[in-house]
Design a protein around this ligand. Sequence first.
Ligand code: CTP
Length: 428
Amino acid sequence: LPWQEDVSQVLEGVPGDIMEKVRILADKAKGMGYPIYLVGGFVRDILLGRRNEDVDLVVEGDAVPLLESLAREGLDVSIHRRYGTGTITFSDGRKVDLATARREFYEYPVAQPTVSMDSLKHDLYRRDFTVNAMAVCLSPQWGLLVDYFGGRADLKRGQLRVLHNLSFVEDPTRIFRGVRLEGRLGLRMSQDTERLAISAVRGGLLNLLSGPKLRSEVELIFLEKDFVWDVERLRELGAWDAVFPGVPVGASGVKALRKLSMFRRRLGKDLPDFGRDVWLAFLGGLLYFGSPWGARGAVDRLSLSPREREVVEKILGDLGAVESAIGAKGEMRWSVICKELERFGRLVVFAWSGLTDKWRVRRRMLLYLTRLSKVLPMLTGRDLIDLGVPRGPMVGALLDALRLARMDGEVETLEDERAWVLKRLVEA
Ligand code: CTP
């Protein structure tokens, strides 16, 4: 029998805008006589008192009629009949996924009939870790935690444990998922689970992952808040050696990543918002210390798009030349720093700011990122034409020169800018 516990109190703590949707779906399932459960990462996170926006529900029976009925009531529902799943999108944009608990005979037609599990248990058993394999019943019994595999106790002990010995073999991406959960939630793999992870890595299972799959896992690692921890943990498990041969992930790489992580924390909104692309800077930082063939192999292995590949290749390219260009002692005009750096793009400069060990270069790179790259003239192209600049390439060229003049403090007010433009016109 599963461990059961009343956690309706915990549900009380979930933000109302989420629970409101959960209630609508639970009521509907109840009306149709289907048992319905919250499952997966959402359950794990609410038990930890953490916010999670991704609501996953599982229905025992068949989710499709339930989804169809919700659609008839005017909800925005997309249904995948083949898988017995669907997504409901509410008017505030919030999405909830609904799936049918899979009974074993749907999946393994030749499985031994001796093990008979109810469908919820089987659905949960397919999952990665015990802490992700708990369910909270919403109907028939509101707020009942159903825990077949000891996830609750593991969560309390801070332990990450696979459900069975073949978990990493079934899906090697779980090695990365496991590390992310450890880092994010402060969990730690049990001895057995760690042993299984290491032997999956040693057995070459990560080589079976397709490029896009591996890329997505590595990207998610770098998008974690404390990704440096994850990077070191993956090193411990041998994962980097396995996926990026020829790229020794060592002290220098980790040090560069630490710096980047610190700059991001300290400079916050003063840094450009790189969005998800920021992971490419971290990847570049890691690959920088590999052999050229190793780094190229890694880029190939991840099936990066041409644009992404270009960013990484630039990072691996010519830091030395840039260090000489902007490393001079004494004063350096800001426009000169800007011109040297802007042809590489801000993301590349960001990666380099962690990689260079020349403090003057680093300072100038950060100056470029936090200030220089944001400087714009007050006048527009239209204004220039009104001042008598002929239409054509001269407009752009003057605007650009004006931006650099502003950077160097040659102009400050709108009047300064106008005077500056008129002077150029007279000279031209
Ligand atoms: N899952 C799995 N093996 C995977 C991916 C997912 O067993 N390789 C299971 C996990 O138990 C997870 C569920 O499927 O709880 C849903 O997957 P996903 O939506 O990717 O995970 P979440 O739990 O929503 O995300 P997270 O754990 O990052 O919060």
